[in-house]
Design a protein around this ligand. Sequence first.
Ligand code: OOB
Length: 530
Amino acid sequence: MTLWPEEFADRYRAAGHWTGETLDTVIRRHAGTHPGRIAVTDGDRHWSYAELDRRADALAAGLLARGLRKGDRVVLQLPNVAEFFEVFFGALRAGVVPVMALPAHRRAEISYFCEFAEARALIVADRHAGFDHRELALEVTRAVPALGEVIVLGDPGPFTPLEELRQAGSTPPADPPTADGLAFLQLSGGSTGLPKLIPRSHDDYLYSVRESAVICGLTPRSVYLCALPAAHNFPLSSPGTLGTFHAGGRVVLAPDPSPATALALIERERVTLTGLVPPLALAWAQAAPAAGRDLSSLELLQVGGAKLSEEAARRLGPALGCRLQQVFGMAEGLVNYTRADDPEETVLTTQGRPISPDDEVRIVDDEDQDLPEGATGHLLTRGPYTVRGYWRAPEHNAVAFTADGFYRTGDVVRRTPTGHLVVEGRAKDQINRGGEKVAAEEVENVLLRHPAVHDVSVVATPDEYLGERSCAYVILRPGAGRPRPADLKSFVRAGGLADYKVPDRVEFVTAFPQTGIGKVSKKDLRSAPR
Ligand code: OOB
């Protein structure tokens, strides 16, 4: 299977970007040359490269022994624990395709992933952050009877213990995956009613990981603190945990991203770099002086996922005693970094430039016409690690990609003379809640099911801490009674959506502002007085 047109695939191979290796080589190689070196630290557990490699082999055998086959999908919802990598690499070695769910996802998202991906299995932890994922899994099995089985890390309850999969020996798969095939399905931040799945191949992802590790200067000495959810593209690949493995460094897992937890881990594990969303970076910077932790090992703080204001950017490096790097990326592909040798002003005021010389970037107007250099417009991109379409979504792909394969990012940017991008805004119908993406339509669809709701429009409102929060403007059905804002928020939660999608604010209005052709003008709603 090829996910790119043959002519482009040939070009990316000829350029040396795609090497034909599978992603698990990032651990396999070091397991051979430096077996005893520590790959992952999770609390008091330290797994060497050899141990992680052996566990991944056993897990691959376990998945196949349970009847899963190459190309089958599994929904993977694990928190930041060492087993995340055991299962991830195990699945990849078996050719089983993980769907990278986040720990915050709930019934609506997980059921949808299981159903849409026709998943053979759902893999969860027993409990995490006070939430019982087995109860969630039970609801999902009722909603999606076709789901084969639930595999649980920890106390399995009525389900299959992960432990059982480890006992199948480690016979190598008879039909190993190929590098140009589908490796896993990443999640789109989304701007439509249903989340989209992003088909990433070994070849394309490994290229982005390898180059990211070089750009970010990773070495075997690097110690990466994974504080964001491990499944997200930023901490997974930019350069993240996979980039750290590739370089032969060590990944330290933070059970939660609070300053108390994270700053203590930096001191104890001598962490050298980490990647954060802007609100977390600011929270750490604010907590650092009073925390009394030795942060002298920290060399690099990466910030991305949402726009970092220049004013905030100026504070971060000095507060944490390290270098700052801005990262502007997307699960669909393109990742931009400011570089170590960029002038300080560039690091403070831009969101970086692309990884690859073969990343094609166009900045266009509403009619897809290229704008003059330096003008602000829609960012379109195509390249050796940017996908050509969402998984099984031909109708959406026809609008989300140009005919010649450029991805419409939905971001509004301008390019500086040095090729650095500055994110100026967003054209997609999404709220970026401190890096967590909320598709307005997904929340609107749930609220429209409420008996008192006639119409609803969810938009972003500016927020000092998160950058943006969500506000649902609601037109009530005449005579249907007046719910309280809190009732509508509970309704969204009861609809099974992740907590971060629950509107922060609910406002009742009698009409929406309209655009010239009579559509709801979200732009005018966003600037509506509070
Ligand atoms: C990362 O990936 P996603 O898929 O959660 O979100 C992508 C979107 C971008 O299209 C853009 O709208 C926004 O998030 N974004 C930023 C940004 N980084 C991402 N907006 C402004 N400034 C930034 N620095 O968020 C992601 C993936 C890989 C690396 C880093 C972030």
